[in-house]
Design a protein around this ligand. Sequence first.
Ligand SMILES: [Zn+2]
Length: 286
Amino acid sequence: MAKAQGYDLSFDQHSLKSSQSDKILGLYSYSAMLDGITSSQTKNDPERIQPTLQEMTHKALSVLEKDEDGFFLMVESGQIDWAAHDNDAGTMLHEMIKFSDAINTVMDWMKDRDDTLLIVSADHETGGFGFAYSRNDLPEGKPLAGNVFKGDEFKPQWNFGDLNTLDKIYAQKKSYNNIFREFDTLGKENKTPENLQKIVNENTEFPITLAEARRVLETEENKYRVKGHKYLDSKKFPRFEEREEFFVYGSELRKNLLAMVTGKYSNIVWSTDNHTSTPVYVFAYG
Ligand SMILES: [Zn+2]
């Protein structure tokens, strides 16, 4: 149908790049496109099939700029929200980098123009993300330099997190989603805390203990069961020690429990697995 309307159909990055049409319909996945981490890992891979968000943005601009009446372009980096639902900071960071690459492309395109407005915002916050200080693993005092402070130490009262925390978050090799996908492909007898610990520790920079892996896999009776409900029908839910009402997505919640047990190592806190009313930023440029 689209073809009959004069659209070029594109199913991979090469056909998108080479299309000369002013109308392109690009379809690259049945549902989600590559997650942020995979996207970062394959950015420079010539075998990559899907175009990146940046490549799609670039192509959209090069087609739309031909329109003499001007244009409106909407670019969404939709999986920032999904990563935040999973409380998966590593994937969220790579999703934000993916989005940042796309914004850079727009800003480059705008550079010598005075007729364009770029607005960046979000439709809502998800997860209630924050870095926070903690009382876990307080830092050692360090001697201060100079004569004035001779004999004195600099000793933070709390653990404010390491400066390399962002590097560690960035170094995550697999999304929480793919970590549990790998775990779920194991046979029933191999879905053990030991194996979960192994997969998590191979793919993240915040290693968990065996007790923590056990904690992530604990379940309890779903007190809020609703028969026929897409998420609430299951009898068992991953076990939250408190505020379980604010974690709603059934077996997906193992990911949120993983985030919870690693929070004391990453100084990351999340408040829910769903959308919040926290105000969002609006940036405008142009
Ligand atoms: Zn959402």
